[in-house]
Design a protein around this ligand. Structure first.
Ligand code: RNT
Ligand code: ZN
Length: 418
């Protein structure tokens, strides 16, 4: 049987449950995933004076061929996106500015330093998201930024955040797609703090100053990202979950939940529904923590599927902004993007192909036997045949055949970068 025949046969099985497969494939095509550019260069960025990675995030591995300049990074991203079905967004950081060889500190970056990114995005029909880079900088080396006791340092980062939001607004205007500008800071203490309130009060004050400056919501939305702990900040994180939940609710900004930023037994999939009841939109950094916030490439595991199910079942595909956040330097970086992004899309498709209406009904009828039985049986429904067909109609390689293209690119492009 060829791909179409397998698809037809599979479709019939889903249709028995009233699942409209063609309609689902149409819907899936409209979902945009925000692909994190920093997988391509281990979050080095292209500043004129590149700094050491700091802030408790670490990229480990030394797989050859990493992008050394913006042209290479864009080329690699394009290569990855040719192997991923659908049209998506690219998530940038301030350190990816192109300042034409001139040193420009973070509080002085401008939209024009991102013109190349914008024209590339336009040419490829992509959206852009943005992040101020509040780590890997001498003013962040002590692990404190927006909550720093020194006002000059806080002000420096406040200026950086304000200008970053303006850059986000510029992206949105230029590309006709709303940009999400997300603030994450590493602030915290290695050892038991003697004052927990002070730093949080300073962070609140800094953020209020940042958001006092308004951006047009048609073009830019803001989010804040919490964390539970980091390397070097094991005892206390200023921007904790409660801090940002309350801040976001009171200041009309979005909360961004990174799947690696909670206690190991806490699951983001369980948080989505609660958040949706109180926020118009929420944002995600889908990552894979292994024992800690290690940012492994996301795999098609239970939690990924559970997150996708929540978004689909809560009818919130247009309210959850899905971004990826992983950086593995030990494997081919383009393959990492392809694996992770294809998995995210796959998980959404998987979730859409479940008899969600029926399952909800069974729960309300307290028929937990049938609920469990049906959930388990659907795990072996012919989902793969639908996924393959989706790849086919979107002109991207089916199954693992995309690896051949990665190998070609590795030989012809990456190998020359040594
Ligand atoms: C760090 C946060 C943050 C970064 C990126 C590079 O723990 O998850 O989102 O990973 O901004
Ligand atoms: Zn993150």
């Amino acid at each position: 049987m060829n791909v179409e025949e397998k698809y037809k046969a599979a479709k019939q099985e889903y249709e028995k449950w009233g699942i409209d497969v063609d309609d689902i494939l149409e819907k899936l095509k409209k979902i945009k995933i925000s692909i994190n550019c920093w997988q391509g260069d281990d979050i080095t960025g292209f500043e004129v004076n590149p700094r050491k990675l700091s802030g408790g995030i670490a990229a480990t591995g030394n797989y050859p061929g990493k992008a050394r300049n913006p042209e290479e990074l864009r080329k690699d991203l394009s290569e990855a996106m040719n192997l991923i079905p659908g049209k998506h967004k690219v998530n940038l950081h301030a350190i990816y500015a192109e300042t034409g060889g001139k040193f420009v500190d973070r509080d002085e970056i401008k939209p024009e330093y991102f013109e190349n990114w914008v024209s590339w995005a336009k040419k490829n029909g992509l959206g852009l998201d943005f992040n101020p880079t509040i780590f890997s900088h001498e003013k962040a080396d002590d692990g404190l930024t927006l909550s720093h006791p020194n006002k000059e340092i806080r002000d420096f980062w406040i200026r950086h955040c304000i200008i970053s939001r303006k850059i986000g607004e510029y992206f949105g205007k230029e590309l006709g797609q709303t940009c999400l500008t997300n603030i994450w800071i590493p602030d915290g203490y290695k050892d038991i703090p003697s004052d927990r309130l002070g730093p949080r009060r300073r962070l609140k004050d800094s953020l209020e100053k940042i958001f006092q400056v308004k951006t047009d919501k048609r073009y830019n939305l803001d989010s804040v990202e919490s964390k539970v702990f980091g390397i070097g900040a094991e005892s206390y994180t200023v921007g904790s979950s409660e801090f940002y939940l309350n801040f976001a609710a009171k200041n009309d900004v979005l909360c961004l939940m990174d799947t690696g930023h909670y206690h190991p037994t806490e699951k983001v999939s369980d948080k989505i529904s609660s958040m949706l009841l109180f926020y118009d939109k929420i944002a995600l950094h889908v990552s894979r923590p292994v024992h800690w916030d290690s940012d492994h490439v996301i795999v098609f595991d239970d939690e990924l599927k559970e997150i996708a199910k929540e978004i689909v079942r809560d009818n919130a595909l247009d309210r959850v902004i899905i971004g990826l956040d992983f950086f593995d330097a030990s494997i081919n970086r383009i393959a990492a993007w392809v694996i992770g992004t294809r998995n995210m899309i796959k998980a959404l498709l998987y979730a859409m192909l479940l008899p969600n209406g029926k399952l909800k009904k069974l729960q309300d009828e307290e028929n937990y036997t049938d609920r469990l039985a049906l959930m388990e049986e659907f795990k072996t429904y012919p989902f793969g045949a639908i996924w393959d067909y989706y790849c086919k109609i979107n002109d991207v390689p089916i199954k693992e055949s995309w690896l051949d293209e990665i190998k070609r690119y590795e030989k012809e492009e990456l190998a020359k970068r040594e």
